[in-house]
Design a protein around this ligand. Structure first.
Ligand code: CU
Length: 144
């Protein structure tokens, strides 16, 4: 009874599948402006897909299980990557020049949960370190 992964990066236009591996039925939805949707109840070993055309953050929930939460970060850049558990993202192939480094996390302590930093990408490798703070996740009530 949880979404996996908690955060997914999807290219704009991508179709995202929501397979249900639980023995319970789920009703997956989002109210996010970038891609609101609501799936009807569906059960074990069934799957539904949603296409996300607009760039933005899609907060996902389940109408039956309030504690279920996940986020889809829809982007139009190929240079997007989720960090590993160590907080590191190794992004390859970025063309040299001016760019904007953006770090996003649903509970990041920053406006729109995002930090932006202008950078100049050299021809070779570079390292950028950012220290971030997180908010506690919003309280969720459990209902089964
Ligand atoms: Cu559910």
């Amino acid at each position: 009874m949880q979404f996996d992964p908690f955060v997914l990066i999807a290219p704009a236009g991508a179709s995202v599948a929501f397979p249900n591996y639980d023995s319970l039925r789920h009703q997956v939805y989002s109210f996010s402006a970038a891609g609101p949707f609501e799936l009807r109840l569906y059960g074990r070993d069934e799957s539904r897909s949603v296409s996300f055309r607009n760039v933005g953050v899609i907060a996902i929930g389940c109408n039956i299980h309030d504690q279920m939460a996940a986020f889809i970060y829809v982007t139009d850049t190929p240079f997007a990557m989720k960090t590993g558990a160590n907080g590191i993202a190794d992004i390859a192939g970025v063309p040299p020049g001016r760019a904007t480094l953006r770090v996003w996390h649903p509970y990041l302590r920053a406006p729109d949960s995002q930090i932006e930093r202008p950078i100049v990408v050299p021809a070779g490798a570079m390292t950028q370190a950012l220290e971030v703070g997180l908010r506690p996740p919003p309280h969720r009530r459990y209902s089964y």
